[in-house]
Structure formats: structure tokens, C-alpha cells
Design a protein around this ligand. Structure first.
Ligand SMILES: Cc1ncc(COP(=O)(O)O)c(C=O)c1O
Length: 398
């Protein structure tokens, strides 16, 4: 345990953070440098799908680190070939490019679509994305995002992204023109507050994009790797997209992401794409260890059951406190608070030793490890119940 807290000001101040310093994690729990324990329903932002410091990951990292960390992307390495094959076998896609972050994988998807447009659609380059969507923090992925707060930032934006409305096919149709090459969306808009694309909308979007010869890109950085109870979120709708991006859960907490494409869409030529750390052996070994666990039918069944249990407990909590709907799927759920009290609830939860996230002022988001237990869900609900009771009493007094 650390005795002296290191100075905070050596880090760039890019977000407001509570002055606690985390030093250890195990399963559903984190500990700070004062020894205080926190129940974690954020899990690295929907990242630690197996919880904190799972033995399978620690073993995979240690074993691969002793064998080979990276031979450089100029050469094949066994770990990346193995993971690419496993991802292809588990999905409707034919080829994989590994990246180091979700934004980088999405940047690759955007480049791949533009490459496809240059090759097959007379230079078409526009990608239809969605209001409220979130695709990352590089210039192109911020431009692709439909997050209101990004609008005034870092002008001029990267051109070529038109925004449609989620679950409104006519709004997509209205934006298609000769320059359009692709439609890109999250199966569930996570950062916007957990707003799902309906299965019907995804089906109709697949049919529409096929009719117009457009690529369908699914950003599964948050919804992929079992988060919704299926390995990939789009599987619920029974569709086969042309391109998919993965991040977050694929590394179980380690920085790994991937861009997957069907044979038809996989059209990069030498020199188009690359990167020093892309497909390094160390991270790919981690990815294989995660996929082996998450891909097990019993694991996904248990995650689905945990999601249903969390959903029903949140619905009971909502009814008790007069709150709004519970939305989402699997273990990516949001509770509508009806009032802009999200930040206050998160701060009180932190004090009480519970990590929660409020992606929008009036919503709480729940993204625990996929192997979260009923007891841990019960513990979270009890803590949140107490906080909501206090908040309700405070509102009644005021
Ligand atoms: C749907 C989606 N796409 C992309 C990203 C960006 O991923 P990263 O933060 O790894 O760059 C995120 C991160 O929250 C995300 O939720």
C-alpha cells in the first residue's frame, strides 16, 4: 500500500476526479491507498469483463511476456494469428486488424470505408452516423460522434459525417446520396445514456444499406465481447454487418481493440494502415485468454441471467423510489432518474464505497464485470437504495 500520495498535478488535468488513488483490484472490488474498499459497477468503463485482476489474464500476460512481447508489426507473430483466427471463427467477418484503443479501431473503420468508396463507389466518402452516437476522441471519431458537447470543439471537424436519428429509418434514407459509402452506429448508444437501436431498426438498416450498396459498420466497442449477453450485440437482430469494431472488453482491462471486416469490405492496400504496437504478441495473448472465457456458452448464459436479475432489481428499485424506466440489454443497463441528480448520486455512492456512472445528468449506467454475482448485485442495490432514500428525504425537506 502507498503511504504517500503522489502529486496529482504531474498529470494533465483532463477530467474531474475524486482524490482517491486506487492501488489494488480483485473481482468486483477496488481498494484505494487508504485501504477503503469500493464495489465497482464501472469496471474500467465496461472494460474489465472478467472483473479486476482475473488469474487467467495475469497468467496469460506473464507467460506471453516471458515468450515474446513484440517482434514488430513488420512480421507475423503467433499470438496475433491465433486471436485473429478465433475472432473470425466466432463472427461473420473474414479478416481482422488489431488496434490499441476503440477510437483507433473506429478510425480504421472510417479509413476502410473511404478506401472501399475510392475503389468501388466512384470516390464516395460520406458516412452516415447518429445523433447521440459516440465513437472516440480522435479528430475523425469526434467528428463521427453525435455528442452535443463535441460540436464546438477542435474546429474544423473532419468532413463527411452526416447525422441521422437513431431508430428512424426515414432520417437515414433522407441522407443517402451519391457520396454515401457507409452507415455506422452502436447497437446500443452507451455514452449517450444507454439508448438501444431496436432489433427491427438494425434489420431495416441492414436491408437499406444492402439495397444501396452501402457498408454497414457496427461499433461494438461497448456492446461487444458478451456485454449484451451475446458475443456481439448485433447478433440479437440476426444481421451480418460488413465491418465491426471491438475495444474495451476484448482486452479485459488491457489495451487492445480490433477492426473486423468481411472479405468484400476488407480492401486495405499496403501502406494504408498500420502502427507500431498493432497486433503485438502481448496484447493478442491477452485477447485470446479473454475470448476463450467469454466465448463459452455457459459464460454468456450466466452473463445473460445476471443481466436479467440486475434489470429486475433495478425495476423494483425504480418502483420504490418513483423513478423512470430501466433500459439496455445484458449487463449494459441504465436507470432513468427523471431528475438531473446523477452526479450527486455518483458522488454519494463514491463516499459510501460504490462506483457508479452517470453518463447523462438524469441517468445512471451499470456496467459491472460480466461474471458479477447475485450477491454483488444485491449489495449494489442495497447501497443505492439507501442513497436514493436519503436523496428523496432531502428533496422532501427542501
Ligand atoms: C461505442 C464506443 N466507441 C468508441 C469508444 C472509444 O474507445 P476508446 O476510449 O478505447 O478510444 C468508446 C468508449 O467509450 C465507445 O463506448
Amino acid at each position: 500500500m502507498l503511504n504517500a500520495t503522489p502529486p496529482f498535478d504531474a498529470l494533465m488535468d483532463i477530467t474531474a476526479r475524486p482524490h482517491a488513488v486506487f492501488v489494488r483490484g480483485e473481482g468486483a472490488y477496488l481498494w484505494d491507498d487508504k485501504g477503503k474498499r469500493y464495489l465497482d459497477f464501472i469496471q474500467g468503463w465496461a472494460v474489465n469483463c472478467l472483473g479486476h485482476t482475473p488469474a487467467v489474464l495475469a497468467d496469460a500476460i506473464a507467460a506471453q511476456a516471458r515468450l515474446l512481447i513484440t517482434p514488430s508489426p513488420a512480421y507475423y507473430n503467433a499470438a496475433s494469428l491465433e486471436l485473429a483466427k478465433a475472432l473470425v471463427d466466432a463472427s461473420c467477418f473474414d479478416q481482422v486488424f488489431f488496434a490499441n484503443s476503440g477510437a483507433e479501431a473506429n478510425e480504421g473503420a472510417i479509413k476502410l470505408a473511404r478506401r472501399y468508396g475510392a475503389k468501388h463507389r466512384n470516390g464516395a466518402f460520406e458516412i452516415i452516423t447518429f445523433e447521440g452516437g459516440f465513437h472516440g476522441r480522435t479528430l475523425a471519431t469526434m467528428s463521427a460522434s453525435g455528442k452535443k458537447a463535441f460540436e464546438p470543439l477542435f474546429e474544423p471537424k473532419v468532413a463527411g459525417f452526416k447525422k441521422a436519428k437513431l431508430n428512424d429509418l426515414a432520417s437515414v434514407q433522407a441522407l443517402i446520396n451519391g457520396n454515401t459509402v457507409a452507415v455506422m452506429l452502436e447497437p446500443i448508444q452507451g455514452e449517450a445514456g444507454v439508448w438501444p437501436a431496436t432489433d427491427q431498426f438494425l434489420k431495416e438498416l441492414r436491408a437499406l444499406t444492402q439495397e444501396h450498396g452501402l457498408l454497414l459498420i457496427v461499433d461494438e466497442i461497448q456492446t461487444g465481447m458478451g456485454r449484451t449477453g451475446r458475443l456481439f450485440g448485433h447478433e440479437h437482430a440476426g444481421i451480418e454487418p460488413d465491418i465491426m469494431t471491438l475495444g474495451k472488453g476484448i482486452g479485459g482491462g488491457a489495451p487492445l481493440a480490433a477492426l473486423l471486416a468481411t472479405e468484400k469490405a476488407s480492401c486495405f492496400e499496403h501502406g494504408d494502415q498500420g502502427g507500431t504496437f498493432n497486433g503485438n504478441s502481448l496484447m493478442c495473448a491477452v485477447g485470446s485468454a479473454v475470448l476463450e472465457e467469454v466465448g463459452k456458452p455457459a459464460f454468456l448464459k450466466a452473463a445473460t441471467e445476471a443481466g436479467l436479475y440486475l434489470e429486475s432489481e433495478l425495476q423494483k428499485l425504480s418502483a420504490r423510489h418513483g423513478l423512470g424506466e430501466v433500459r439496455g440489454r445484458g449487463l449494459l443497463l441504465a436507470l432513468d432518474l427523471k431528475l438531473p441528480i446523477g452526479a450527486a448520486i455518483v458522488a454519494q455512492a463514491f463516499e459510501a464505497g460504490l462506483l457508479l456512472n452517470s453518463p447523462q445528468p438524469d441517468a445512471l449506467r451499470f456496467m459491472p464485470a460480466l461474471n458479477v454475482t447475485r450477491e454483488e448485485i444485491g449489495e449494489m442495490i442495497d447501497q443505492l437504495d439507501a442513497i436514493l432514500t436519503k436523496a428523496g428525504a432531502a428533496r422532501r425537506v427542501a
